[in-house]
Write a protein that binds this ligand. Structure first.
Ligand SMILES: [Mg+2]
Length: 238
């Protein structure tokens, strides 16, 4: 049985594509216009390119434009996500009985993830919360799919990679997790709506990669994980 379940947040524990991602794109574009002094089309291009290349716009902005990463995260995520969320009721009741510790592992900043987790009634039921502002390797931001960050994370929790499971909607992140020896669960339920969300899915989607070889098991919703845990007992097939 897994010792630790690492759960992604957006489009894994709740549907962020319904109303959150669209508004987020717009806020990020506005921030880029204001701070990099570019027009709307260029801001949109910059955001898409960095998301696709790094899995987080933050990394591209810090590396290529020298922005203050923490200020960027704070400025773009200062809003109340709760009225925009769509999620399964009773999720906490379904996740808590899973054997093993549960840890949040999200490329979103904690200013946002704290509110979302509270609304899901999961804030106090998870052993730890790891948001992008905590994901640093040698002082540099290293969000998913950084293998260095994943190795560091597993070591900090004093477990072997095969005792950890990453539960995610993003195949690129599952691929990195599998490469370091973690087990992987693809959550597909929000993929269809995510596909309609501009810019986010092409680099990471399950649709693009199909049933990728890096995936141990697929679920429609995290609420179905309990019924699938037997799959995670099987030896990893490479
Ligand atoms: Mg996600």
């Amino acid at each position: 049985m897994p010792a630790i379940w690492f759960f992604d947040l957006d489009n894994t524990l709740h549907n962020a594509s319904h109303a959150i991602f669209g508004g987020m794109d717009e806020r990020i574009n506005q921030w880029i216009i204001q701070h990099l002094h570019v027009d709307a089309a260029e801001a949109d291009r910059i955001r898409r390119v960095h998301w696709k290349r790094y899995g987080a716009t933050l990394i591209g902005l810090v590396r290529h434009h020298g922005v203050d990463g923490l200020k960027y995260l704070e400025d773009t995520h200062r809003f109340d996500p709760r009225p925009l969320m769509r999620f399964e009721r009773g999720l906490a009741r379904k996740l808590v009985p899973l054997p093993g510790r549960k840890v949040l592992l999200t490329n979103a900043p904690s200013i946002y993830s704290r509110q979302v987790m509270a609304e899901l009634d999961l804030a106090r039921r998870f052993h730890a919360h790891v948001a992008i502002d905590h994901m640093k390797v040698f002082g540099q931001f290293a969000p998913k799919p950084s293998k260095r960050m994943l190795r560091q994370l597993v070591a900090r929790h004093r477990i072997k990679p095969h005792q950890a499971v990453l539960v995610e909607d993003a195949v690129a992140n599952l691929k990195a997790a599998r490469a370091i020896g973690m087990r992987t669960v693809l959550v597909r339920g929000f993929t269809r709506s995510a596909t309609r969300s501009r810019g986010y899915v092409p680099a990471h989607s399950a649709h693009q990669s199909g049933r990728a070889s890096c995936v141990d098991c697929c679920v429609h919703s995290v609420a179905h994980l309990r019924a699938k845990t037997w799959l995670l007992k099987q030896p990893t097939i490479r």
